[in-house]
Design a protein around this ligand. Structure first.
Ligand SMILES: [Fe+2]
Ligand SMILES: [Fe+2]
Length: 233
C-alpha cells in the first residue's frame, strides 16, 4: 500500500514540476515578446515588464488566486504586443497624431489578441487574450475597442489599465516628458471612476509606496521581494 502512495505522490510531484516548467516557458516567451515590442519603441524600455510586475502586485493585493496573478503577469508582458502592427512613422511620431493615425494606434489591442489567438491556454472569458483585447477600455465606457463599461470589462483588463496608466505616465513620450511618481499618483486618483476602476485604484493605492520603491532608480525591491512584501501585509 505504501508503495502505491509513494508512486502516486511521486507522480503528483512530477506533474507539478511539469506544470511549473510549462508555466516558466510560457512566461519566458511572453517576456521575450514584451521585450521585442519595448525594443521597437525606445521610449518604452521596460514598460511591459513594469506592467507585468505591477499588475501581478495589484492582483496579489486584491486576493486573487496564484494562477490568476500569474496570468496577470503574463498578460502584462504581452498587453501591447499588437503595437508590432503600427508603422514606426506613427509609433515614433513626435507631435500629436492625426485622427487617422490615432485610429491605427487604436487597433493594437485587437491585433494583440489576434497575435496570441493560437495559444489555447490564453483563451476564455477571463483569459489572457481577452485581457489584452480590452486593456484600453475605460470604466466609464469611453474606451476602445468595444466601449465596454464597468464590470463588463474583464477584471484583468481593469487591473492592467491601472498599471499601464502608471507606467506610461512615468516614461518620456515623443510629445511630453516623464511625470514624477508623486504626481502620477494624483493623476491615477483623478482617473478613478472615469478611466479606471475605483476598486482597483483603491487596492493599488494601498501598495503604492512599495510599487514606487520598485520603480525607483535604485530598484531597492526586486520583483519577487515586491510580491512577497505585499503577501505579508
Ligand atoms: Fe516577468
Ligand atoms: Fe496599449
Amino acid at each position: 500500500m505504501k508503495d502505491i502512495i509513494d508512486i502516486v505522490g511521486a507522480h503528483v510531484e512530477l506533474q507539478k514540476k511539469e506544470q511549473d516548467i510549462v508555466h516558466l516557458t510560457v512566461h519566458q516567451f511572453a517576456e521575450s515578446l514584451g521585450n521585442a515590442i519595448d525594443a521597437k519603441d525606445a521610449c518604452t524600455s521596460s514598460h511591459s515588464e513594469d506592467v507585468a510586475v505591477i499588475s501581478q502586485a495589484i492582483g496579489v493585493q486584491m486576493g486573487l488566486t496564484s494562477d490568476r496573478c500569474k496570468a496577470l503577469h503574463i498578460a502584462g508582458h504581452l498587453h501591447d504586443i499588437g503595437k508590432i502592427g503600427i508603422p514606426d512613422s506613427i509609433l515614433k511620431k513626435k507631435g500629436s497624431l492625426t485622427d487617422e493615425e490615432y485610429e491605427v494606434v487604436k487597433l493594437h489591442p485587437v491585433t494583440g489578441a489576434e497575435i496570441v489567438g493560437p495559444v489555447t491556454v490564453f483563451s476564455g472569458d477571463n483569459g489572457i487574450a481577452k485581457m489584452i483585447l480590452h486593456h484600453h477600455e475605460r470604466f466609464d465606457g469611453k474606451g476602445y475597442p468595444a466601449g465596454l463599461k464597468g464590470n463588463d470589462i474583464p477584471f484583468g483588463s481593469r487591473i492592467i489599465a491601472v498599471a499601464d496608466t502608471l507606467s506610461a505616465m512615468m516614461q518620456d513620450r515623443p510629445y511630453r516628458k516623464a511625470i514624477a511618481f508623486e504626481h502620477v499618483l494624483g493623476e491615477i486618483k483623478w482617473c478613478s471612476g472615469t478611466q479606471l476602476d475605483p476598486t482597483v485604484v483603491k487596492a493599488f493605492m494601498k501598495i503604492s509606496d512599495k510599487v514606487g520603491k520598485y520603480l525607483s532608480d535604485m530598484r531597492t525591491l526586486n520583483e519577487d521581494d515586491l510580491i512577497a512584501h505585499i503577501k505579508t501585509v
